[in-house]
Design a protein around this ligand. Sequence first.
Ligand SMILES: [Zn+2]
Length: 271
Amino acid sequence: MDYLFIAGFLVVLVLVIGYIFYVKPFFIKRRRLKIQAKPTPGHWEEILQQHFPQYKKIPVPLREELKNKIKVFLHEKRFHGTHDLEVTETMKVLIAAQACLLLLNRETNFFPKLVTVIIYPTAYVSKHSAGPIFGESWNSGELVLTWDSTLHGATNMFDGKNVVYHEFAHQLDQEDGVADGAPLLERRSAYASWAAVLSEEYETLISKKKRHRKTVIHKYGATNPAEFFAVASEAFFEKPRQLDKRHPELYRELKNYYKVDPLAWLDQRKT
Ligand SMILES: [Zn+2]
């Protein structure tokens, strides 16, 4: 009887593990491929061209990949406006475009913990924060953005500030369950170099902030390693030339992680 019970338990365990690690991912991947194969709505191009200058900088094949990833993002994530904010297609496309820019050129699980993007019209305060909040990323399935900051971030591609890149970098960091400035890297061997470079750059930023020195990376990054990764990601996409010049090792680590080279995009001819 005991043997039968144990054997039955093991069979169920194997089936559950097989479902979680093989069957479910297989069907998710198949569904995403089907979604990506659908035609791209014609007006998306106009939205991206008009409000997201970084889109015009990326190579054409990556633009196509970006639009395919936007389709999956919009299919899988919910949007919720607060304070009577009506969430429009333009808002959804622009948020998805900036979020998915962080996922180009690599296998991705599309921010698996994220369920809902909550949009506030403008910055807000909370009893937990010292100043106005422009965005927040939670482990519990929610990410908050303020629409005016989101639009400003999309339309200004060289100021090093982009709330969507920032909050979605937090999502990537939180994917392994810990917000510590170390997202899931492709290879185990990559962690040593990542930790060495990012911790040294983090300490440098703290030191420069104390001495009131000018920095390429926003000084908010000196708050903790998770914030450092988020603001370094903003600088990587929006100030690639300065970051590569002043912090070449950090630029290399981020380039290896994000699998794109925003510095090379600057030389793309306009189309
Ligand atoms: Zn942050």
